[in-house]
Design a protein around this ligand. Structure first.
Ligand code: HEC
Length: 120
């Protein structure tokens, strides 16, 4: 039974290579939690933690794409995660030396964008 479910799941994820799969979002969420993004951006991405409010972190659920200083696309967000927000005067530091795999940075970007789509 499990093998069947697994097969169906793999087939579906192969078919939607370009789109974001639930597995990618789940992996991105794990990275989000494991790398401490939640301290400022909140577990739900709304940035309403004490630290998030203090540093005025981006709210991934409520902030409009235009608010993103460095662009709102998977690629742009992955680059922000690698290099931080330019100028370095804000709390958004570069994570390139911590999250070394570009694939992981892309998973994080996909997760962040999924928060907006769900409008939770
Ligand atoms: C110490 C607090 C803090 C932590 C931890 C943090 N951020 Fe941020 N983040 C910020 C702040 C503050 C901003 C707003 C920066 C600005 O407006 O210049 C921001 C902005 C962003 C943006 C939007 C940048 C833009 O283009 O405007 C992204 C994407 C982002 N953070 C992703 C992440 C990810 C992913 C992690 C974990 C790997 C993370 N952040 C960890 C404070 C934090």
């Amino acid at each position: 039974m499990n093998k069947v479910v697994c097969f169906i799941f793999l087939t579906i994820s192969q078919m939607s290579l370009a789109a974001t799969s639930p597995a990618e979002i789940a992996a991105g969420k794990k990275l989000f939690e494991a790398n401490g993004c939640v301290a400022c951006h909140g577990a739900d991405g709304k940035a309403d933690t004490p630290t998030g409010k203090a540093v005025n972190a981006r709210n991934f659920v409520g902030d409009a794409p235009e608010k993103y200083k460095q662009g709102y696309s998977e690629k742009a967000i992955a680059t922000t995660i690698e290099k931080g927000v330019k100028g370095g005067s804000t709390g958004m530091q570069p994570y390139g030396s911590v999250i070394k795999d570009p694939k992981d940075r892309l998973l994080l970007a996909k997760f962040i964008m999924s928060l907006k789509e769900s409008k939770k």
